[in-house]
Design a protein around this ligand. Structure first.
Ligand code: FMN
Length: 318
């Protein structure tokens, strides 16, 4: 294996909160750090740290977590960074410039801010002149075209950004289409910032190719790959797959804890949509076909859902 890779768990809004992260980190090794799903940047008087449930330290004792901000104005960004530091002791914060969802993009937030490097410049200038923070940025190759990524990089190069996490797609691709490795290569050739690679890292072969393509990258962010196969990062670190029977047994313990973690949050019935969302990913682990997945997603009552999922989890055809 090349170097000593560091693995970051990606933020997935609606999914990768502490009640999901902790069962994962309890039962699968390998992740070194996690970025939490975004919270909005707000002015000081609007902030209530008690609402940052996902970021409380007693819920995040397994691996370090970095809060992520969604914002497009200097003062709310600064205020939230300062409050995260003063109230919860976070010195590292991530800024989301990569979210491609239309309601966010329309408001020039997330990836929607990428075409406006001057605005990003103004915000960074305000932050770095007012406080000390280990700021990382999560971005894409651009929103509509690659030019936007290059222009933004010129601005980012002027600031002490700790890491640039780059999801190797354009915003208009959302989460589909191919990741563009050559465009990424061109982009990182124009910056001295440390890069965290992100996008479609689902298996050992792809990881080997990525390491060969980018020998200077030592940080890797994985989201969906680790939901589909919780032991992926362990396998990447080992350099070989874990025996499927062993993985199945370990998944059972993981699933039991994850389910009970969700059931503690709300009634079992109201946890159903969250479980269904997760099963989009677990379907890959169990090689379910589309019809089998739809069959699960159609279920309306939690007891029936439990029956169906337990027979998959505890009686899999390996
Ligand atoms: C449902 C969903 C929610 C996401 N929420 C966030 C988020 O809150 N912040 C963020 O920076 N990226 C978010 N992302 C993007 C992921 O962090 C990651 O960049 C993307 O899934 C590509 O990486 P992967 O192929 O390893 O999953 C989200 C992606 C999905 C599918």
């Amino acid at each position: 294996m090349v170097g000593n890779p560091t693995f970051w768990f990606a933020p997935l809004h609606g999914i990768t909160y502490y009640y999901m992260r902790n069962p994962l980190f309890n039962h699968a090794q390998g992740f070194d750090i996690a970025v939490a799903p975004f919270i909005p940047a707000q002015l000081k008087h609007q902030i209530n740290p008690a609402k940052w449930k996902d970021l409380q330290h007693d819920r995040n004792h397994l691996i370090p977590v970095i809060p992520q901000l969604m914002g497009n104005e200097a003062q709310p960004m600064l205020d939230t960074i300062v409050q995260l530091k003063e109230k919860l002791g976070y010195h590292a914060v991530n800024w989301n410039l990569g979210c491609p969802m239309n309601p966010i993009v329309r408001k020039k937030r997330g990836c929607g801010l990428m075409p406006y490097p001057d605005r990003v410049d103004e915000i960074l200038d305000h932050i770095f002149n007012s406080t000390s923070v280990q700021l990382s940025i999560k971005m894409r190759l651009g929103m509509f075209d690659l030019e936007e990524g290059y222009n933004l990089i010129q601005v980012l190069n002027r600031y002490p950004i700790q890491f640039l996490i780059i999801h190797s797609r354009l915003g208009i691709q959302q989460y589909g289409g191919m990741v563009n490795w050559s465009a990424l290569e061109h982009l990182i050739a124009h910056t001295g910032h440390k890069i965290v690679y992100n996008g479609d890292l689902f298996d050992i072969d792809t990881f080997r190719q990525l390491q060969a393509t980018y020998p200077n990258i030592h940080h890797w962010m994985i989201g969906r790959g680790a939901l589909r196969n919780p032991f992926l990062v362990e396998e990447l670190k080992l350099g070989k797959p874990i025996d499927s029977e062993i993985k199945m047994k370990r998944f059972q313990v993981y699933y039991a804890e994850l389910e009970s973690s969700l059931f503690q949050l709300r009634t079992e019935q109201t946890a159903l949509p969250k479980l269904k969302e997760l099963w989009h990913y677990f379907a890959h682990f169990f090689n379910l076909n589309e019809e089998q997945l739809l069959d699960l997603l159609r279920v309306k009552h939690i007891d029936e859902f439990k029956n169906k999922t337990y027979s998959i989890v505890w009686n899999p055809n390996i």
